[in-house]
Design a protein around this ligand. Structure first.
Ligand code: SAM
Ligand code: SF4
Length: 474
């Protein structure tokens, strides 16, 4: 296979990652306590940091100063996001793939991978199983293959929205799939998708070249870097970026993510909706001797620095991580997590709790059920939320709105989190989880100030308890 022709890029597409500059910033960063505290203060004033300031935070070696960044991230999380955590589940649709990413169990040169694409009926069975657990938000995941073109992705999204069982329904379908061209993004947008997520994997050019053969579509660094700019140009207003931590120096990757977020913000007036920071996991047929694997402490640091660098961007923490670490990192400003996840193709109905490496992309660290995760979140003082209101009322693209409009969180986010949580408690929770949840809902309602919003919320909560009415949102 020869090099592939490059399809059209976004207008004025540029490779905005300058390896030497980013390396230079990391080398020359001077993390003196006074300067660091000024940077932290800027972040606590809810201003995005520059790449240079982020490099200073990454260069801190003093343990006490690192603890100060942790404390600041926790505070920012409380002040900006409050105590809501949005829950979702991944649904793997197919693992056929023409790419050959060295770290992935789905790569085309892996003879042990069991290749499979779910049929429409199988997708429906998976979705019903997810709805019966209480899920409302999914992310559909695809390998990169001509079978999984934009019209197939759009078809899957529509199928998921149409599939309903009992009181269950999926209200937001996000996508993690190969980059598309402009027309492709228009097609998937038409199907009502939420966020289109694409991870750059590594922002470091030489590492990228080494891990993604140039004869594959994914081998084209700029085509991938530009992918979400094309999505925004084509009208997909919620996009998610990410890096696969462990492929190269984690500090460099954080600078890459921040550069990407700032680039989108500058070009389109809107930054990414979310940032993901998956850590490399063992995968079928992949040797696990990577020199840049990120340890737990550095993982906590990178999440804290990301929180401080981009105060208004959602952070997604996946079930790749073990429960104890997830619990700790959550407090640093994570806004979304997946729960009850299975990533084998067909995994929600077919394989129980066993992980079968030949059928999945990599191994998961958190296999707890949605019910268990929700209970733990509530015991830790979080409000688990399945809210999909903004996107369905057209309040998308401007994540900032949530924070810039006075009273937005109080008037919309918290009430919507409580109604979606109560739906879960009434329709799906175990008795133990329901008891914990009812106490939390009562305490949260009590904290809301009296007025029309609280009155309407109380009516909605009562309707959920006493009738079949669902999906009541502000
Ligand atoms: N095929 C599409 C792509 O590569 O963008 C989308 C789906 S891919 C299955 C989703 C993500 O899984 C990749 O972007 C990569 O970051 C992540 N991934 C791949 N191998 C992994 C591994 N061994 N451990 C953790 N995450 C991995
Ligand atoms: Fe294919 Fe995506 Fe895996 Fe790469 S990461 S081999 S593109 S599924």
């Amino acid at each position: 296979m020869g090099a592939l022709p490059s399809p059209a890029l976004s207008e004025g597409a540029v490779d905005f990652i300058d390896d030497e500059r980013l390396q230079g910033l990391l080398m020359s960063a001077r993390p003196d306590p006074i300067g660091i505290r000024e940077i932290i203060a800027k972040s606590l004033a809810k201003q995005a940091l520059t790449v240079e300031e982020t490099a200073d935070l990454l260069a801190i070696e003093d343990r006490d100063l690192i603890e100060e960044t942790f404390a600041a991230a926790r505070r920012l999380k409380r002040e900006v996001y409050g105590n809501r955590i949005v829950l979702f589940a991944p649904l793997y649709i197919g693992n056929r793939c023409l790419n050959d990413c060295a770290y992935c169990g789905f790569r085309r040169s892996n003879p042990d991978a069991v290749r499979r694409t779910l049929s429409d009926e199988e997708i429906q069975r998976q979705v019903e199983a997810l709805e019966n657990k209480g899920h409302k938000r999914l992310i559909l995941v695809f390998g990169e293959h001509p079978d999984y073109d934009a019209s197939f992705i759009a078809h899957c999204a529509r199928l998921v929205y149409r599939t309903k069982v009992g009181r269950g329904e999926i209200r937001r379908v996000n996508i993690n799939a190969a980059p598309l061209d402009h027309e492709g993004y228009r097609v998937v947008k038409e199907a009502g998708i939420g966020t289109y997520q694409i991870f750059q994997e590594t922002y470091h050019h030489p590492t990228y070249r080494r891990l993604h053969p140039p004869t594959t579509r994914k081998g084209d660094y700029l085509y991938r870097l530009d992918a979400l700019s094309r999505a925004l140009e084509a009208g997909c207003d919620d996009v998610g970026i990410g890096a696969l931590f462990g492929l190269y120096d984690w500090r460099f990757e954080v600078l890459g993510l921040v550069s990407h977020a700032l680039h989108l913000q500058e070009r389109f007036g809107v930054g990414p909706h979310t940032i993901s920071f998956p850590r490399l996991q063992p995968a079928c047929g992949v040797r696990f001797d990577w020199p840049h694997l990120v340890n737990d402490f550095d993982f906590m640091r990178l999440v804290a620095v990301l929180r401080l660098a981009v105060p208004y961007t959602g952070l997604i923490l996946t079930a790749r991580e073990r429960p104890a670490l997830r619990r700790e990192v959550m407090a640093f400003g994570v806004s979304q997590i997946d729960a009850g996840s299975r990533i084998e193709i067909g995994g929600y109905t077919e394989v129980g709790d066993t992980q079968i490496m030949e059928r999945e992309q990599f191994a998961l660290g958190d296999l707890r059920s949605l019910d268990e995760v929700i209970r733990e979140l509530m015991e830790d003082g979080y409000i688990p939320s399945f809210c999909t209101s903004c996107y369905r009322l057209g309040r998308t693209g401007q994540r900032f709105m949530e924070f810039s409009i006075p009273g937005f969180i109080k008037n919309f986010c918290t009430p919507n989190a409580l109604t979606t949580l109560l739906e879960y408690l009434v329709d799906y929770a175990s008795p133990q989880t329901r008891a914990v949840g009812e106490r939390l809902v009562a305490a949260e309602v009590k904290r809301l100030e009296e007025g029309p919003v609280k009155a309407a919320l109380l009516r909605n909560l009562q309707a959920i308890r006493e009738t079949d009415q669902r999906d009541l949102y502000f």
